[in-house]
Design a protein around this ligand. Sequence first.
Ligand SMILES: Cc1cc2nc3c(=O)[nH]c(=O)nc-3n(C[C@H](O)[C@H](O)[C@H](O)COP(=O)(O)O)c2cc1C
Length: 156
Amino acid sequence: MSILIIFYSRTGTTKKVANLISENLNCDSEEILDTKNRLGFFGWLKSGKDAMMKKLTILEKIDKNPGFYDLVVIGTPIWASNISTPIRTYIVENKEKFKKVSFFCTEGGSGGKKCFERMTKLCDKDPVATLEINSKDIKKETYLEKVKEFTNELKK
Ligand SMILES: Cc1cc2nc3c(=O)[nH]c(=O)nc-3n(C[C@H](O)[C@H](O)[C@H](O)COP(=O)(O)O)c2cc1C
């Protein structure tokens, strides 16, 4: 089965998890880049507002066609209990090409479950599996075991 990992990461946490997932699955991966600068305090403020208002953005050019893969694994940071704006945009622009989907998120403490419900609705597809990683998992390195379980689920 061919698998593509798609993710957005503002400060590197989702990227760290995405890299481990693609390493475990030995599959293709692509980082989504936003044309909007979201760094710093004002970037944080703008991002929270954009996510709450379900806004879309303009993404940098994407290389990989999700239509060429059996499964697309989509990773987002949680923003205001919601899907990050770049990943919302990616889903809206590409969902017709998805065959099967799976989701993962990173968060400070909560919001993942609600976000997965929203992603399911937006993709119009139930995920094969989901993975929610919070800051404690990162700090205590319990994310390593959780990623292993998730990737084992995807290999089935
Ligand atoms: C604008 C904004 C809103 C956030 N809202 C939430 C939230 O509602 N719940 C939560 O647990 N974490 C929230 N966070 C924290 C991030 O989800 C968390 O730090 C995540 O791991 C960051 O991933 P990244 O480093 O890949 O960007 C928010 C972060 C930002 C920038």
